[in-house]
Design a binder for this molecule. Structure first.
Ligand SMILES: *[C@@H]1O[C@H](CO)[C@@H](O)[C@H](O)[C@H]1NC(C)=O
Ligand SMILES: *[C@@H]1O[C@H](CO)[C@@H](O)[C@H](O)[C@H]1NC(C)=O
Ligand SMILES: *[C@@H]1O[C@H](CO)[C@@H](O)[C@H](O)[C@H]1NC(C)=O
Length: 515
């Protein structure tokens, strides 16, 4: 059941209604022991998690909705609360153990009070495209034998998907409940709808999954939920949760990517919460045309290689409104060699990547917030990261050309806010790392990089890099404009002021501020 909290205000001419919605907390999760969250006076369901707790809800935009975040212990809030993105217009007040603020618009927000863990507040717009649970064009998984109690692995979802594949245009409906599922393949022209309060979970047993590849350092791996090859018009949406059960899976020696749109065209994913991935979580691979919107990826910050969204060898991919919390990179793009390690199951020959955008994203990682690389085996063209924030990272923005001899060309970072940087993933820790590294797997060029309107509130552990590798693999063409370092109100005018020290084999680097 979805809990709806409705407010009706009768106007003279029309009836205006605002509401917010939260979702049943599945039995396997417990509530936060550190925070309570009240929305317009009613408690919202919180979830206790490894490194942070979280709340997921949806609300009508436009009027002020009050949020009260309180410490469960009752201890008074001391010091300045952390509220990220810092650039949001949030006027808060503190009363005793409560942090109080109003929101008119939906946001993904990371909060931290006192010395408690972080609380991730994920607010989406009210769903306006939820399908009915049954009827024409709908296949409800409960009618295909799915077990929604989580007592045993269930094949009812794949059965419903297979049946749907025979009637293109069908939506497979997953109602609230807990489903332990093996590998899922979504057929062409089929939608998978996960209702809020539904959880698809990996079983924790390797034997329940197909091993698709072996990674030299991490061992056997699978793609948990993927699209059929040569498919089109597939959609995964709703406010349900996809849970990778990482610790149990890794203990049984299997890593998994959660959602793999692969060999497909016109793919859409919206609204879903993905958590606890044991490997790169959401990886559009050899896809032509994809929109990933309102995506929430909550991985363990102490995990391993559990990237948020990695776009691989794909074209025309838009990621809009996403939060990715991960030990490894939050958002990245990659191209690879054929049939090596994780690329073994790729359906097509290696392809270039082009026209990929990440817009309005929030990153929290020990590695890179926003990155091109490390694989640049085939070219990567026209990648833009914009209007996005790093709450915490080792590197804020980067192009790390480490594997392959393709060219990374026309890569932009625009309107980016880097809040806090620390640590040194792979020996690099800085706000901007654009460089070519030689690990005897090929080197190549980086061309036409734009860095525009960036706030580096923190510069990271080491100096920045704008560097090629040798006379054949240059970094050629960088335009930097309006970069504000460490709260300075004047944009930096020199590489020195930008804290960039590594500049070997780079040329045509310009700093052009708008004023
Ligand atoms: C919260 O309450 C305020 C004041 O009554 C109202 O204007 C607003 O629409 C409510 N928000 C939601 C999402 O119901
Ligand atoms: C560079 O990429 C942007 C999209 O990020 C695109 O609009 C623009 O046309 C590209 N420029 C060139 C010269 O291809
Ligand atoms: C702020 O930036 C300006 C312009 O780059 C520079 O001259 C100045 O030294 C900076 N101030 C501080 C405190 O770093």
């Amino acid at each position: 059941m979805i809990a709806r909290v409705l407010l009706l205000a009768a106007g003279l001419i029309s009836l205006v209604s605002a509401e917010w919605v939260h979702y049943d907390r599945p039995s396997i999760y417990s509530k936060s022991t550190q925070y309570t969250v009240k929305v317009n006076g009613t408690f919202a369901n919180t979830v206790n998690y490894a490194d942070y707790d979280y709340v997921q809800l949806s609300m009508t935009e436009g009027s002020n909705t009050e949020f009260r975040i309180a410490t469960v212990s009752g201890s008074k809030i001391t010091g300045t609360p952390v509220i990220s993105p810092k650039q949001l217009p949030i006027d808060y007040k503190v009363e005793g153990n409560e942090l109080i603020f109003n929101l008119k618009k939906v946001h993904y927000i990371i909060l931290k009070l006192n010395n408690l863990k972080e609380l991730v507040l994920m607010i989406d717009r009210i769903e306006d495209d939820a399908p009915p649970s049954k009827g024409t064009g709908i296949m409800n998984v409960l009618n295909h034998g799915a077990d929604n109690t989580g007592s045993a692995i269930t094949d009812g979802i794949q059965k419903a998907l297979d049946a749907a594949g025979k009637k293109p245009g069908t939506t497979v409906y997953v109602p609230p409940g807990l489903y332990l599922v093996g590998n899922l393949v979504i057929p062409s022209q089929t939608s998978l709808y996960l209702a809020g309060g539904s959880v698809l979970r990996m079983t924790g047993k390797k034997a329940d999954y197909k091993v698709l590849y072996t990674k030299s350092d991490l061992g056997d791996g699978t793609w948990w939920i993927r699209t059929a090859f040569d498919s089109k018009d597939i959609r995964i949406y709703g406010r349900g949760t996809i849970d990778g059960n990482a610790e149990a899976m890794k203990k049984d020696k299997l890593i998994a990517s959660m959602v793999v749109p692969v060999g497909t065209t016109n793919f859409k994913m919206d609204g879903v919460l993905v958590r606890d991935s044991s490997f790169w979580a959401v990886i559009p691979t050899q896809v032509t045309g994809a929109k990933l919107t309102n995506i929430k990826i909550l991985n363990n910050i102490n995990g391993k290689q559990n990237d948020g969204i990695d776009v691989q060898e794909s074209t025309a991919v838009k990621v809009w409104r996403a939060i990715a919390i991960a030990n490894d990179d939050s958002f990245s793009t990659k191209t690879w060699l054929k049939d090596v390690g994780t690329t073994v199951p790729f359906p097509y020959d290696p392809r270039p990547l082009s026209d990929v955008s990440f817009d309005e994203c929030l990153a929290w990682t020990r590695c890179y917030g926003y990155k091109v690389g490390q694989g640049v085996y085939t070219d990567q063209n026209n990648v833009v990261f914009k209007n996005s924030v790093v709450y915490y990272g080792g590197v804020g923005l980067g192009i790390h050309h480490k594997f392959g001899s393709g060219t990374a060309r026309n890569i932009s970072f625009v309107n980016m806010d880097l809040e806090r940087l620390a640590g040194e993933p792979g020996g690099t820790g800085t706000w901007l790392a654009v460089f070519v590294q030689d690990v005897k797997k090929g080197v190549g060029s980086i061309e036409d990089v734009t860095v525009e309107n960036v706030r580096a509130r923190s510069t990271g552990k080491y100096h920045g890099k704008l560097a090629g590798y040798n006379a054949n693999s240059y970094l050629d063409g960088v335009v930097i404009s309006d970069v504000y370092m460490l709260g300075n109100k004047t944009a930096a005018k020199t590489l020195g002021e930008l804290d960039i020290k590594w500049t070997q084999f780079s040329k045509n680097v310009q700093i052009k501020n708008s004023k």
